[in-house]
Ligand binder design. Sequence first.
Ligand SMILES: Cc1cc2nc3c(=O)[nH]c(=O)nc-3n(C[C@H](O)[C@H](O)[C@H](O)COP(=O)(O)O)c2cc1C
Length: 278
Amino acid sequence: MKKILGIISSPRNLGNSEIMVKEISRNISLPHELQLLRLSDFNILPCTGCYMCLIKNKGCVLKDDFNMLAERILEADALIVAAPTYFLGANSCLKRLTDRGLALYPHAEKLWGKPAVGIGIAGIPGKEGYTLLGIENFIKLILADMKQAGIIYGALPGEIFLNNENRETAKELASALFEPAPEKAPCSCPLCGGKTFRFLKENRIQCMLCSNIGSMTLKDNIPCFDIQKGEHELFLSLEEVIEHRKWLVSMKSRFLQHKDELKKISLDYRNYGEWIKP
Ligand SMILES: Cc1cc2nc3c(=O)[nH]c(=O)nc-3n(C[C@H](O)[C@H](O)[C@H](O)COP(=O)(O)O)c2cc1C
């Protein structure tokens, strides 16, 4: 029996994120058990950037619930991730968990390729801002295989199902989860499937998910992207993830190599300004 983990970033009990995750699960035809994590139930401290999880390889040193969450993610066969839009982005519970992702790198081989779908919920049509990017970013950085992700609208708890269209979206996401990933849509990055872009000088365009750069042309009024891989990839293949992990681990020797210079730079700022404490 497949174990599906629903990651719910909304603190709202029986809110739209929770309902959508459960509706997606109800539409999955494979026998499975659905386990649910409401991120706000857990103590997830901010990453302090100590890199000990990579250097010591013993999990995160912070005393909170992260290691337990990581275990659940590792155990799952597939993931459904749902987050509400708060002020134009996925709410902060998801970002806090994303930021702890360095501690997942030692498990890259086990994490790689778990099927995942994502859904963002916004209260006002068109006012979702970068919510989808935040969800896609989380799914990619936990090295899952993003089958499909999208945004639906509804403000009041349950409002997403006042119209039937969103139930259809739940069905689509349910069937996408264990299917081979669909061809990348024309309006998305051909390398990673990202749908958010930044316009650069000289008609260049950058994918905000994989960070790669290329160009855009219109074909029958549909934007088509030609994006080239860079030299330092974060998640496009397992080999590149392992390369990136090596680069991260090499930070320690880079730090030791430049320790004195770095110390000199930092110390110059030590006593500047007055700290306000709680
Ligand atoms: C603090 C806060 C900020 C919000 N900001 C936005 C926003 O920027 N855009 C939007 O469309 N909806 C916004 N909403 C509405 C929620 O996205 C919407 O109610 C959604 O259904 C919540 O999902 P949930 O029921 O899973 O918590 C906001 C809600 C809250 C509580």
